[in-house]
Design a protein around this ligand. Structure first.
Ligand code: ARG
Length: 264
C-alpha cells in the first residue's frame, strides 16, 4: 500500500468537505432570512399595548404597530414578550431582551441603565377616582389611598404629592388591578397616564378624573428603550424620525388615540 496515495485521497476528501461547509454558510439568501429582535412590553396599557381578550391572546396596540413598522423598514422580525412593567428595565440590563416599547418615559434615572430613542408620544398624568368621589384637586387627596403602577413615573409623582399632602400610596403590577381596586373602594384614587385613563372612562361610566397640571409637557412622554450602548438605538431612532417626517407616525396616532398630536 502506498502511503502517499492514502494521503492524497485524504486531502481530496478534506478539501471537498471544506468546500461543502463554506458553500453552506453563504447559501442563505440574506434578504429572505430576517434577523429576530426581542422586544418586551407590559400589555396592561390600552391603547399602547393590551390583549383584546375577545380576539384571542395576541398583544395589540399603538406600540405594537409602531415596532412592526420600524422593524419592517429595518428588516427585522419582532418577537414580543409580556412582562410586568417593573421588570422591563431589568430585562434589558440582563440582556434578556433587545428593546422595550411600553409607553415608557425616558427619565434621567432610567437613562443611567438603558438607552432611549427620541420621544414618540407625549402625555400627562391624570387623577382617576370613582364618580362622585369629590376629588377635584390634588389637595383633595388628603388622607386618601392612591394607587399607582409599580415602577412607573406615576409612582414617583405620588411620592412628590406625599411630600405636601398626606396620602397613602399603594402600588400594583398591572393597571387593570388598580382600576379594580378603585371600583372596589379599596383605593380612593389612582394616578394614570391621560390617554390610558380616557380609555377606561369610555368603557366605565363609574370613573372620572382630571389632568394634573405640572407644567411639563414632556413629563410622561414615551420612547423606545434599548440596552445601554445598544447597536440598535441609532437605526431605530432614524427610522422613527423618518416616520415622524413622512406622516406614518401620525397615522398610527390617529388610529389608536383618535386624535392628532403635534410632535415636537
Ligand atoms: N409612562 C409611564 C412610565 O414610563 C408609565 C408607563 C406604563 N406602561 C405600561 N405598559 N404599563 O413610567
Amino acid at each position: 500500500m502506498k502511503k502517499w496515495l492514502l494521503l492524497a485521497i485524504g486531502l481530496v476528501i478534506a478539501s471537498m468537505l471544506a468546500a461543502c461547509g463554506s458553500s453552506e454558510e453563504t447559501s442563505g439568501d440574506e434578504g429572505e432570512e430576517k434577523k429576530v429582535i426581542k422586544m418586551a412590553t407590559s400589555a396592561d396599557y390600552p391603547p399602547f399595548e393590551y390583549k383584546d381578550t375577545t380576539k384571542g391572546d395576541d398583544i395589540i396596540g399603538f406600540d405594537i404597530d409602531l415596532v412592526n413598522a420600524l422593524a419592517d423598514e429595518l428588516g427585522y422580525k419582532v418577537e414580543i414578550q409580556d412582562l410586568d412593567f417593573n421588570s422591563l428595565v431589568p430585562a434589558l440590563q440582563a440582556k434578556q431582551v433587545d428593546m422595550v416599547l411600553a409607553g415608557m418615559t425616558p427619565t434621567e434615572e432610567r437613562k443611567k441603565n438603558v438607552d432611549f430613542t427620541d420621544v414618540y408620544y407625549t402625555a400627562k398624568h391624570m387623577i382617576v377616582s370613582k364618580k362622585g368621589s369629590g376629588i377635584k384637586t390634588v389637595e383633595d387627596l388628603e388622607g386618601k389611598t392612591v394607587g399607582v403602577q409599580l415602577g412607573s413615573i406615576q409612582e414617583g409623582e405620588a411620592e412628590k404629592i406625599a411630600e405636601k399632602t398626606k396620602i397613602k400610596i399603594e402600588n400594583r403590577n398591572r393597571i387593570p388591578d388598580i382600576v379594580q381596586e378603585i371600583k372596589a373602594g379599596r383605593f380612593e384614587a389612582a394616578i394614570i397616564e391621560d390617554t390610558v385613563a380616557k380609555g377606561y372612562f369610555e368603557k366605565d361610566k363609574d370613573l372620572e378624573g382630571f389632568t394634573m397640571e405640572t407644567g411639563n409637557e414632556e413629563e410622561a412622554g414615551s420612547a423606545i428603550a434599548f440596552q445601554k450602548d445598544s447597536k440598535y438605538t441609532k437605526e431605530f431612532n432614524e427610522a422613527l424620525n423618518k416616520m415622524k417626517e413622512n406622516g406614518e407616525l401620525e397615522k398610527l396616532v390617529l388610529k389608536w388615540f383618535g386624535q392628532d398630536q403635534k410632535s415636537e
